[in-house]
Design a protein around this ligand. Structure first.
Ligand SMILES: NC(=O)c1ccc[n+]([C@@H]2O[C@H](COP(=O)([O-])OP(=O)(O)OC[C@H]3O[C@@H](n4cnc5c(N)ncnc54)[C@H](O)[C@@H]3O)[C@@H](O)[C@H]2O)c1
Ligand SMILES: O=CCCC(=O)O
Length: 486
């Protein structure tokens, strides 16, 4: 389909109890193309009462969905995987339109996002329990897993497909029903995915989708409702903290995938070409708008000048432009506010004495473009070393000893991802134990993998998504004590 046909093919209403509401019947909000600032379309704007209607539907469907055979739940996920794969080009075009990422990266996200559906279609039939004898020999212990119950899923704008399938996949596999609140900046991909589930025969009420321009009001109401049993949130640490406070009122089970401040360590024995190649991915995937993005390059003093020079050269070669142009290596940032924040972090570092190797100022003209930027000589007090940049900016700092490198890497409240380049196996073992992150890439710039547990330590979150662990977030453990023969 052409871009216009993709947009026109979407149902932009709310999806509650298996029915699309007519988008004309209610207030709406608009979705922008970040490459041009132009409006792509408008989407129905759910209010708190719509959120409650969605929860009513989820609660109504919970019992029968939990009783649906795991194979049937898995087959629906498998069908959805096949359908997303068949429509890969439409999904990719839509994501590039609403989020801005280069079309090649959007295609990669379709593969990545679809894979969560396939992975969890296989996990649906592997939920197990155990039967054992208590130590005193008198009681038999029957331990089994049950779906947690109706969930609220809140997703961010930066990976409009994968962040949804990483939650919806395991929730469906586990037998949970849900209310999905997609991001107001990029709700369209969620709506296309919802259509896929509808066509795959997902029963009414299992998935309910409520895009809204007033996330706070809608979720506050849902979180106060005792029928909700779980919150799974992906987004900033700041919003995550405030949702945890609200969730405490009903002692809600929570999964939190929050922000990061990933260190990227380059040791003196690293193969520099490989380190630069890894840095390009770890920094520029998704224009740097990834929670896993390398946020601080911590480089041994003996190779620092070479590393920054090589990285600056590689970054400066990238063409910045609309993601729909296959020649573009870097698309726009999501909006003016985000671009302004990135630029402010760069200017703060420069004002404190840092040196720009390439880039360093917003690009004039329509869209929210920012050039790939390398800065070195960053003083320790610069904001850019503490805050999540969420843009294509690589600040580098130097170290002299391994202990110093580890100290710098861990000097943050975050602990999501980290990267290290070295050829010393003993050092790899030391780093594996010392770096405080949930995911560590050794000699690679990518840690994301549907078969691996994704998540962070410290203030980067609670729980894991994907891997064998992902489905556990949607299951609760129950035990039955069985007396022996009377
Ligand atoms: N750890 C991970 O897996 C992961 C993955 C992707 C993004 N992120 C993080 O997400 C952030 C970027 O995404 P973002 O800008 O969409 O984050 P955000 O926290 O602003 O928004 C995330 C979601 O929460 C909603 N939201 C915003 N305010 C809310 C409120 N008061 N109450 C309820 N919902 C609210 C948004 O509409 C969106 O759906 C970055 O910090 C990034 O690191 C983390
Ligand atoms: O933005 C964070 C998610 C990135 C990923 O899953 O690879």
């Amino acid at each position: 389909m052409t871009q216009h046909e993709v947009i026109r093919s979407l149902n932009t209403g709310l999806y509650i109890n298996g029915v699309w509401t007519d988008p004309q019947d209610r207030r709406s909000f608009s979705v922008e193309d970040p490459s041009t600032g132009e409006i792509l379309t408008t989407v129905a704007d759910a209010g708190p009462e719509d959120g409650i209607a969605a929860l009513d539907a989820a609660v109504g469907a919970q019992e029968s969905w939990a009783a649906t055979p795991p194979r049937v739940r898995g087959d629906i996920l498998r069908q959805a995987f096949e359908a997303v794969t068949a429509k890969a080009e439409d999904f990719a075009t839509l994501m590039t339109l609403e989020m801005g990422k280069p079309i090649a990266e959007a295609r990669a996200e379709v593969n990545y996002g679809a894979e969560f559906l396939r992975w969890f279609s296989e996990e649906a039939v592997r939920i197990s329990g155990r039967y054992s004898t208590a130590p005193d020999g008198k009681t038999r212990l029957l331990v089994h897993k049950r779906p947690v119950g109706p969930c609220l899923l809140i997703t961010p704008w930066n990976f409009p497909l994968a962040m949804v399938t990483r939650k919806v996949g395991p929730a469906i596999a586990a037998g949970c029903t849900m209310v999905l609140k997609p991001p107001s900046l990029t709700p369209l991909t969620s709506l296309m995915l919802t259509q896929v589930f509808h066509e795959a025969g997902l029963p009414p009420g299992v998935l309910n989708v409520v895009p809204t321009a007033s996330s706070g009001r809608l979720t506050e109401r849902l979180l106060a409702d005792g029928r909700l049993r779980k919150l799974s949130f992906t987004g900033s640490t700041e919003v995550g903290r405030s949702l945890l406070r609200l969730a405490a009122n009903t002692v809600l089970r929570c999964s939190m995938e929050l922000g990061g401040n990933a260190p990227f360590l380059v040791f003196e024995d690293a193969v520099l070409d490989h380190a630069v190649e890894g840095a390009m991915i770890a920094k520029l995937r998704n224009m740097g708008e990834a929670c896993t993005a390398a946020n601080r390059f911590i480089v041994h003093e003996s190779v620092a000048a070479d590393f920054s020079g090589m990285l600056a050269e590689a970054m400066a070669r990238l063409m910045v432009g609309s993601g729909l142009d296959p020649a573009s290596g870097l698309g726009p940032l999501i909006d003016e506010k985000s671009r302004g924040k990135v630029d402010a972090l760069v200017q703060d570092a420069v004002n404190r004495g840092a040196t720009i190797r390439t880039g360093g100022a917003s690009i004039d003209g329509p869209g929210y473009f920012y050039p790939p930027t390398v800065i070195d000589g960053i003083p320790p007090e610069a904001d850019i070393l503490r805050e999540e940049i969420f843009g294509p900016v690589a600040p580098t700092v130097t170290f002299a000893t391994e202990d110093q490198a580890i100290g710098l890497a861990n000097d943050t409240e975050y602990g999501l991802a980290g990267y290290a380049y070295t050829r010393d196996f003993e050092r790899v073992l030391r780093l594996t134990e010392a770096i405080e992150v949930g995911m560590l890439g050794i000699n690679t710039g990518v840690v994301s993998n549907p078969a691996a547990p994704f998540g962070g330590v410290k203030q980067s979150g609670l729980g894991r998504e994907g891997g064998l662990e992902g489905i556990e977030e949607y299951l609760e453990t129950r035990y039955v004590g069985l007396a022996g023969a009377m």
